[in-house]
Design a protein. Structure first.
Length: 90
C-alpha cells in the first residue's frame, strides 16, 4: 500500500525514468554536478511497485540551502509525492 499523500507516477521503462530524473537534475545543476550514480535494487533485483530509486550525486561544492530546496522539490515532483517531506536528521 502506498503511504497517504503519495500519488504514483508510472514510468513504463526504467530508461525513461532515469533519463527524466537526470534531465531535471542536470537542468538545476545543484553544486556543480560531477557525477550521478544509480545504485540499489533498481540496478540489481529490479523495481517493485513500492520501490525507490537510489541516486548518489557527486558535486564540486557543498549544496546551498537553495540548491537543496530545488533538488528536493524536483525529485519529489517526479516521484508524485504530494505530502509533507520530513527533513533528514542532522
Amino acid at each position: 500500500m502506498l503511504p497517504s499523500g503519495f500519488w504514483h507516477v508510472a514510468f513504463t521503462d526504467m530508461d525513461d525514468l532515469i533519463r527524466t530524473v537526470l534531465d531535471r537534475v542536470l537542468a538545476i545543476d545543484p553544486g556543480g554536478i560531477v557525477g550521478v550514480y544509480l545504485y540499489g535494487s533498481s540496478t540489481s533485483t529490479g523495481l517493485g511497485p513500492e520501490s525507490d530509486v537510489d541516486l548518489l550525486l557527486v558535486t564540486r561544492r557543498s549544496l546551498t540551502p537553495q540548491d537543496r530546496a530545488s533538488l528536493i522539490s524536483t525529485l519529489l515532483g517526479l516521484s508524485g509525492w504530494k505530502g509533507h517531506a520530513e527533513p533528514s536528521p542532522a
